[in-house]
Design a protein around this ligand. Sequence first.
Ligand code: ADP
Ligand code: MG
Length: 699
Amino acid sequence: MVDLGTPLAEVKGIGARRAEELRSVGLVTVEDFLFHLPFRYEDRSQFLPIAALLPGVRGTVRGRVVTAVLRRTRMRGLTIFEAVVEDQSGAIRALFFNQPYLRTLLVQGREVILYGEATPARWGRRGLVLQAPQFEVLTHDDQEAIHTGRTVPIYPRLPGLSTRSIRRLMHDLLAGLPPVLPDPLPAGMSSARGFPPRREALERVHFPPADDRLEGSPGRSPAHHRLIFEEFFFLQLGFALARRRSDAAPSEPGLRVDDGIRARLRAVLPFHLTEAQKAALKEIAADLMSARPMNRLLQGDVGCGKTVVALLAALLVVENGFQAAFMAPTEILAEQHHRSFQRMLQGSGHRVALLTAAVKGAARRQILQGLRTGAIPILIGTHALIEADVQFRCLRLAVIDEQHRFGVAQRATLRRKGERTDVLVMTATPIPRTLALTVYGDLDVSVIDRMPPGRRPIQTLLRGESARGEVYDFLRRQIAAGRQVYVVYPLVEEGERADLKAATAMHGRLSRNVFPDRRVALVHGRQKPEERDAAMADFAAGRAPILVATTVVEVGVDVPNATVMVIEHAERFGLSQLHQLRGRVGRGSHESFCILMTGEETTEEARRRLEIMCDTGDGFLIARRDLEMRGPGEFLGTRQSGLPDLRIGDILRDGDILEDARREAFAVAAAPLPPAPGHPLVRHLQGRWAGRLGLIQVG
Ligand code: ADP
Ligand code: MG
């Protein structure tokens, strides 16, 4: 008998070699394999007569191969394999391109099932064809009942296994399981929701009975619902227990705020906070003043003014005699924060130090010394901050700006530099709620949902290569009026030399040929820090009206006099990234523009995607669309972003189940005696999210 925990290598019919292949895609145990769910189901209780196929409609037919030929075409290298399949009602041609090996599968006389969309034949032929349909050859062995005469599962590919062999394996594994699988959920939770028992749920997601509701939304049958709930419940329980643990950790008493401190905070402000900023600051201050450490995510669209809120939080901490650290993802950003903190804190008497990889030798030693003695109360920097020899006298607040650029482990390292570190992470890529709950499930969230006064919408335009001349004329006029412009060139991956060359070449062309009378600054990630500083400073001070940059300016850069953002090859960027880039302009009182330049080979689909940018300036809406189009992994960017590997739950589709599971999980963790190590819930949680549990903690 097999069990869920049985290694695949020990399963009859899989064997050591195949088990090794499956391990390479993360499937190790029987349970892993059983959670490789069908992406669609096919009703094979009835087939469509071939004669009933209509153009543009998907359908499943069953018939016999009457002829099968492989043709070479006049186009070099292109082969077409053509099989004519016939049933009692008629015949249809199935075409496959460049798959000559199909000769050995779709052999004359064999009975096959085809699934696809019929389209009118081309090249002067009549009738309908199925182009590259999915197919399955029937063998009429004693197991045929698994594959026909019912609703059958169709699986995503696995190495070395056809959908048919996956189906057979699933069937055998399910048959070999013990008759009852224990329910890992707390008592009563399943019955309250009317979930089928676990074993039945597993059976039904693979081999649904004829009456299961599957149409329209595969993956939302009651059986799916159960398994998705389970997955979300244990993930959220991990967050909830981590949260409970950190709340219970012995903590320093909260900070104190009196009128004197309030007055000193007000004194550094060059403007009035917006209501949204005040509300966020209030939530943060309440955390700082409470006995339990802060774990908060501050979200807000680009330009909404998060930095100043973080600065006031830092000041509150410093006025109480503690230290604050502020970590940013790029040197440019850290330098900019350093400048603006210094400017705002000038009259306060508090020192602000900057630590990046560029700070070396004696200067670095001096800073480390100041941190240890407490002479430096506020430190701003990049990843350099988390190096082992950076030690504080009494770090109390860690602010992590543009947190999606950092890994979970990096955040944890910074947190551990203090006894009780209150953590504030900030993001300008608004994260839709369900994604936030999945990735930052143990955080409280504050949202700044209003812009500072006086902001005007940024006009966004889509332009092709043919309009380049006009675009340059427009830039010239803006510059003549005293404004400044960014020209951003994609550097898709750090270290792509070709793109870097293109950015450098663009800089050369603009400075020599297009704007020979103007200073054109250049910044990119491979420059020496001094060069980059000088270029940034030239632009920030208005000495250079044009800044050519790779995406190093994506996050945070703040030059209010800049009014035009030109983005070359806009089609190569994700929407959220474009929105970030666009957010570099529209920061002052002048009307601002974002010009999305598209390359020649831009597809229709890419253009439609870019048009979303022209239609809306709402970062939350854009994030949602971006997430839908690219999926959570791409959306968040890095593997280390903390996105858990969900097997069946889909944060876009299953938001309702996620919310339900989260409520229950936090209720369980809030019990007077929450589940402790060794408890079945915790054991199941560790089994499912092993290795990730320790990291579930922004830290
Ligand atoms: P982000 O939230 O994207 O990090 P920043 O903190 O960089 O945004 O703020 C964007 C700009 O708005 C900065 O120039 C900042 O000085 C300005 N700003 C922030 N809050 C206000 C406010 N309440 N009134 C006027 N300007 C503000
Ligand atoms: Mg910012």
